[in-house]
Design a protein around this ligand. Structure first.
Ligand code: SF4
Ligand code: F3S
Length: 104
């Protein structure tokens, strides 16, 4: 599966949702997540993210992110149409530790 990681938080560009063939992106207030059981591993969303927030779970240290994505994909609504990024997205792009800050 692919997963949405830290740099989506507080940015949420949403370019990714338009290309997913199985519509497995889900939207929360501050970030998006991918449903790990629905993602077919096609990889087309990865280069679409301007924040480079989408990673394959084969990269080291992704277990936590898979669980984060799974947890919220089960409770957030699906998103299939691109919308404006969050107002302060430029200021938050590249900031570290956003998950701790926004989800604790
Ligand atoms: Fe959707 Fe493919 Fe990205 Fe998985 S890898 S979330 S199926 S676009
Ligand atoms: Fe987030 Fe990148 Fe999609 S910032 S909303 S994963 S395009």
């Amino acid at each position: 599966t692919y997963v949405v990681t830290d740099n989506c938080i507080a940015c949420k560009y949403t370019d990714c949702v338009e290309v997913c063939p199985v519509d497995c992106f889900y939207e929360g207030e501050n970030t998006l997540v991918i449903h790990p059981d629905e993602c077919i591993d096609c990889g087309v969303c990865e280069p679409e993210c301007p924040a480079d927030a989408i990673r394959p779970d084969t990269e080291p240290g992704m277990e936590d992110w898979v669980e984060f994505n799974r947890q919220y994909a089960q409770i957030w609504p699906v998103i299939t149409v691109k919308k404006d990024a969050l107002p302060d997205h430029k200021a938050h792009d590249g900031e570290t530790g956003k998950r701790e800050k926004y989800f604790s």
